[in-house]
Design a protein around this ligand. Structure first.
Ligand SMILES: NC(=O)c1ccc[n+]([C@@H]2O[C@H](COP(=O)([O-])OP(=O)(O)OC[C@H]3O[C@@H](n4cnc5c(N)ncnc54)[C@H](OP(=O)(O)O)[C@@H]3O)[C@@H](O)[C@H]2O)c1
Length: 340
């Protein structure tokens, strides 16, 4: 006995990865429907060895379906997800729409699996922002051991975090740099992304930070511990897939770098690659298609009493979105929607 599963946004970056991961992890699927906008009606997508035709989200009836994985952005989610939840089809959403609702659990299964039971309040579960998801997997075991007081993080976020359009823009602009008659002005991003970096993701807030930076603060508090202070600088870089982060933490208790390395090595969802030699660390191109979040460059921060630095890299379409959503579905199945 398996589940009747709907993948919403199946033609997008995250949606396609959700289908791959459901198949790779052999999620028990009895029946599957794939949805996108009307313009993609009939578009074929792959699920394992099957080819599926995309249906129109606007006219789909969610009655009788067990759970749905959403990756369509906040506006379409706001319009259609409540219908699915009301029809009894649990919504696992990748947009930022529901993340800060106190009645909706925001879950990273390695970090706060106990929150799953709150799903029944609204039949909706939120998936965190990509840059938060990979960071909290690393923060949680260190927090359990030494209580993190403050996090200073700088991100190096790939263009796939901005959807299919972001990837196309990097590709087209890169080619145009070599062919100056082929001008490709910025559309998805605010400045040229090819051969450049942009210290701006999402809209500006009143205090001068960006919404992406605010998300890392608010989501870390909701998922790990409201007492942790976080300050973030989020930067878009010309990488197709894979977000990187330089993380500095200050803890209440002293934590030696060797013990931190051992803790991270033993923790779920993490892979430590940390040799102090040329190439003894992970870069984004190496994490693509992997389930793990990779940790490198673990070292003491000698400028404060209890400080550590590390480098954290993960496939943003996987742990940052599709993998985490599928892990939530697995957790939901184990804990709440048992079958068979
Ligand atoms: N990329 C990441 O790293 C990441 C990480 C975490 C969360 N997310 C979130 O996941 C969501 C999707 O991101 P993405 O990167 O997959 O974007 P994407 O590649 O641009 O794909 C968007 C998907 O949404 C569908 N869609 C858009 N508007 C729709 C509408 N009105 N009705 C039905 N379907 C609609 C598109 O269908 P058509 O092809 O028919 O237009 C497409 O399938 C966003 O909320 C994003 O913030 C992304």
């Amino acid at each position: 006995m398996g589940y009747k599963v709907v993948v919403v946004g199946a033609t997008g970056n995250v949606g396609r990865e959700m289908l791959n991961i459901l198949a790779e992890r052999e999620f028990p699927v009895d029946e599957i429907a794939v949805l996108a906008s009307r313009k993609s009606l009939g578009t074929e997508v792959t699920f394992g060895d099957k080819t599926l035709k995309t249906q129109d989200l606007a006219t789909f009836d969610f009655t009788g379906w067990d759970l749905s994985l959403w990756a369509v952005g906040s506006a379409a989610t706001k319009e259609h997800a409540p219908k699915a939840a009301k029809a009894g089809c649990v919504v696992i959403d990748n947009s930022s729409l529901y993340r800060y609702d106190p009645d909706i659990p925001l879950i990273v299964p390695e970090v706060n699996p106990e929150a799953i039971h709150d799903y029944a309040k609204k039949n909706i579960i939120a998936n965190p922002n990509c840059s938060t998801a990979q960071m909290v997997v690393a923060l949680k075991p260190l927090h359990d051991r030494a209580k993190i007081k403050r996090v200073v993080v700088s991100t190096y976020q790939s263009v796939s975090g901005a959807g299919k359009g972001g990837m196309d823009e990097l590709w087209d602009q890169t080619k145009a740099v070599y062919n100056p008659t082929d001008d490709k002005p910025p559309k998805q991003f605010t400045k040229q992304i090819a051969f450049n970096v942009i210290p701006h993701i999402d809209v500006f807030m009143e205090d001068g930070s960006t919404k992406e930076e605010w998300k890392m603060v608010a989501e870390t508090k909701k998922i790990v511990d409201p007492s942790i202070k976080v300050t973030a600088t989020c930067v878009r870089v010309p990488v197709f897939v894979g977000h990187s982060e330089a993380v500095n933490i200050e803890t209440e208790d002293f934590l030696d770098e060797d013990e931190a390395r051992d803790i991270l090595r033993e923790s779920p969802g993490l892979m430590v690659i940390d040799k102090r030699e040329d190439g003894g660390y992970v870069t984004p191109v190496e994490c693509v298609g992997d389930f793990a979040t990779f940790i490198s460059r673990i070292r003491q921060d000698s400028t404060i009493d209890n400080g550590l630095n590390f480098w954290c890299v993960s496939d943003n379409l996987r742990k940052g979105a599709a993998l985490n959503a599928v892990q939530i579905a697995e957790l939901l199945g184990r804990e709440c929607l048992k079958k068979g």
